[in-house]
Design a protein around this ligand. Structure first.
Ligand SMILES: Cc1cc2nc3c(=O)[nH]c(=O)nc-3n(C[C@H](O)[C@H](O)[C@H](O)COP(=O)(O)OP(=O)(O)OC[C@H]3O[C@@H](n4cnc5c(N)ncnc54)[C@H](O)[C@@H]3O)c2cc1C
Length: 427
């Protein structure tokens, strides 16, 4: 609906681009029971149709598309940014939106080639021949920590009916790693995937026709979202690092922030607030995003921790069961990548009350400095919740009296409080 509200699509377009929808959706952890939810990650979208629809709309509004061209350089001047294409053309603009994804060359330059703080490795396939194909897995774990080469990994699964046919199903296997030279390779994961997937899905590989193989690497950085480093260039989508480090649901996060960003970008262009400081206010610190880092750490297997190989599954199971007990206002925002102060505090409280013996293993699994850092973000999450709930209405009533630059800056701060505390979420 965010795409409709932003005026990019209408409801008919969404219906046309939706290839398949499915319910219910499962979260389950090795032999520990499962919880089932409705309408979470329950739509399959046809990217071909979606891109065709938005392309037509963009062209009808006099937009110009340079398909198959790649950016080789950007030069910034006082009054313009000039984009060089590898094919020889140059394009001049007042503002460049860098939506070149996780491997954007501009982001590489800003991050100075720094190693990611965490990586999610994904392998999977879409195959034909699944008779039992009406539900999905949002997250499922069918095993405890295991060795791959000299590394330890905890595998998780996702599975969805695919839009190409009633017997077609996509299954992914993913794991979080702290990138090291001995981290597992995608080929090794793919070998395990072919061994483990049939058992996980209750099928024989001989009865499946493999339609395509999928693999990917999602680098994540603690320092996210990425502030603008240059005048006239703003990172957007995966390039900005605004996606959850846990779910790699960058499309969902992109749509969640679309209204905020499109209004902000419009105001930045109109007011000529295109210096790096003003643009950075569009990608501000968000304590809820920083706080979710702990979950990635807690879900990454570590060497030499003295915690049991079942610990990650136990921890996830108790957390998900606690969230389920606390009800939809706690469970649903979490499953949709929105971390809020109240629900997080309640869940942690309930986990500590129902299973206090798990605490020493949490300290061993995530390390004291990480927990210390997280406590700061948790405090800021509470502070942003307070600011957005009580200070926002006061400041908002003064906004129109502010000079235009000050008004632009305060609007961005109010948005940072709201989105950074997850109060933009609607149940
Ligand atoms: C297997 C898999 C499953 C996923 N599942 C989900 C999901 O269920 N839900 C969800 O929300 N998200 C999901 N995602 C993530 C989602 O696909 C991304 O977050 C989203 O596509 C990010 O969009 P983007 O426009 O920021 O970047 P991208 O989609 O990565 O687009 C970047 C574009 O920039 C282009 N580019 C790069 N360098 C240059 C250059 N030098 N010059 C010109 N162009 C360049 C690339 O070719 C690409 O077209 C999934 C991703 C994968 C791989």
């Amino acid at each position: 609906m965010e795409l409709v509200e932003a005026g990019i699509l209408n409801e008919n377009d969404i219906e046309e681009a939706t290839a398949v929808s499915f319910n219910p959706n499962r979260c389950g952890f090795e032999n520990k029971g499962e919880i089932w939810v409705e309408d979470i990650l329950n739509l399959g979208i046809s990217p071909v149709k979606l891109i065709e629809i938005v392309k037509k709309r963009f062209l009808a509004l006099d937009g110009v598309i340079f398909e198959g061209c790649s950016v080789s350089g950007i030069s910034i001047y006082d009054d313009a940014a000039v984009l060089q294409l590898a094919e020889g053309n140059i394009l001049s603009s007042r503002l460049i939106i860098d939506a070149m994804g996780n491997f954007s060359p501009v982001v590489k330059q800003i991050r100075g080639g720094r190693k990611p703080d965490g990586v999610c490795l994904v392998v999977g396939s879409c195959a034909h021949g699944f008779k039992d194909n009406s539900t999905s897995d949002v997250i499922y774990s069918s095993s405890s920590v295991k060795k791959v080469g000299s590394a330890e990994v905890q595998y998780f699964w996702e599975a969805f009916p695919a839009g190409s046919g009633p017997l077609d199903r996509t299954t992914y296997m993913f794991t979080y790693v702290n990138p090291q030279p001995d981290s597992p390779k995608l080929e090794e994961l793919l070998e395990d995937y072919w061994d483990l997937m049939p058992k996980y899905q209750g099928v024989s590989i001989d009865n499946l026709e493999i339609l395509r193989v999928i693999y990917g690497i999602f680098p994540t950085y603690c320092e996210s979202p990425l502030p603008a480093a240059f005048n006239r260039v703003l990172q957007f989508g995966d390039a900005s690092g605004i996606q959850s480090p846990v779910s790699f649901g960058g499309f969902g996060s992109l749509t969640r922030h679309l209204g905020r960003l499109s209004n902000g970008i419009y105001e930045a262009i109109n007011g000529d607030f295109l210096d790096s400081y003003s643009l950075s206010l569009l990608n501000p610190y968000m304590p809820n995003l920083s706080a979710s880092w702990l979950f990635q750490r807690a879900m990454s297997a570590k060497k030499q921790t003295n915690v049991s190989p079942e610990f990650i599954n136990e921890l996830l199971d108790i957390n998900f069961k606690s969230m389920q007990r606390l009800g939809d206002p706690v469970l649903r925002p979490f499953l949709q990548d929105v971390i809020q102060f109240g629900p997080l505090a309640k869940t942690l409280g309930l986990v500590m009350l129902t299973k206090p013996q798990i605490l020493p293993s949490i300290f061993k699994q995530v390390d004291i400095p990480v927990l210390f850092d997280w406590s700061g973000h948790f405090f800021m999450l509470g502070y942003y919740t307070f600011l957005s709930s009580f200070m926002d209405p006061v400041i908002r009533s003064w906004l129109n009296a502010f000079p235009s630059k000050m008004k632009y800056e305060w609007k961005r701060r109010l948005e940072a409080w709201k989105y950074g505390s997850g109060l933009d979420y609607r149940l």
